[in-house]
Ligand binder design. Structure first.
Ligand code: PLP
Length: 261
């Protein structure tokens, strides 16, 4: 049977991140992708030039249209932009708590553009973190969510524990922003007590646009296929490593990772 996943995220007109990255990743991993648009960005490899959020009623209508009909087996959220949208998403997903939910707490694009209003962090923390099957912050996002500075592997473990105590069932803390180590090391930790590190070679490239979205989308696709959380994050780590190694030189700025690598 066809596995179906849903992404609730923002559009990247440049096609490397956001809903486009999610759908391409789902497709590559053999999963049928459905999508709910929360915001539109006018974006290319040089950055985000404009942002407009989608009306909350329209976000709600899209979620209902998809979930009332499709046999969705995993859901991912990306750019949610405002506390109103976060609250609406959390409210709509209440009736679907049996479906694994991956929260990618998207905040700021690599170029510096804000993809989440400052006050919306509180809504993210109180409405979505407690219902997350898996939350996938990078280091700056984890620091904002917990107020904890992350400089070392020990800090990563403390922060992951803090995120679990805030309600997430599992955490994939992405360590690619750490500057003290010559590799990219991500930490998986779950409330069942399981935890492991995934280390990979750091790749010198500027074509890393959309890495966060792609990593979380790959884990969501694997969950939709019925894989365990642990298997899903390991497959996703391999997928993103290949996608970065094969990053595409496109446009005049930071090119996208290659979802078809
Ligand atoms: N645009 C959208 C719609 C996104 O969801 C994201 C990240 O989640 C980005 C842009 C940022 O991508 P990056 O920081 O990898 O360039």
């Amino acid at each position: 049977m066809t596995s179906v996943a849903l992404t609730i995220a923002g559009s990247d007109s440049g096609g490397g991140a956001g809903i486009q990255a999610d759908l391409k990743t789902f497709q590559e991993l053999g999963v049928f992708g459905t999508s709910v648009l929360t915001a539109i960005t006018a974006q290319n490899t040089l950055g985000v030039h404009a942002v407009q959020s989608v009306d909350v009623a329209m976000v709600t209508a899209q979620i209902q249209a998809v979930l009332n009909d499709f046999p969705v087996k995993a859901i991912k959220t990306g750019m949610l932009f405002s506390s109103e949208i976060i609250e609406a998403v959390a409210n709509e997903l209440k009736a679907y708590s049996a479906i694994p939910l991956v929260i990618d707490p998207v905040m700021i694009a690599k170029g510096g553009a804000s993809l989440l209003q400052n006050e919306a962090v509180i809504a993210l923390r109180s409405h979505l973190l407690p219902v997350a099957t898996l939350i996938t912050p990078n280091i700056p996002e984890a620091e904002v969510l917990t107020g904890q500075r992350i400089l070392t592997e020990r800090d990563m473990k403390l922060t992951a524990n803090r995120l679990l105590s805030m309600g997430a069932s599992a955490v994939l803390l992405k360590g690619g922003h750490r500057e003290d180590v010559p590799y990219a090391e991500d930490l998986f930790m779950s409330t069942s007590g399981e935890h492991f590190l995934m280390r990979s070679k750091r790749i010198a490239t500027q074509h890393t646009h959309g890495t966060g979205c792609t990593f979380a989308a790959a884990a969501t696709a694997e969950l939709a296929k019925g894989r365990s959380l642990e298997e899903s994050v390991v497959t996703a780590k391999n997928f993103i490593q290949l996608a970065i190694e094969d990053g595409i030189e496109l446009g005049n700025g930071q090119g996208p990772t290659n979802h078809a690598a």
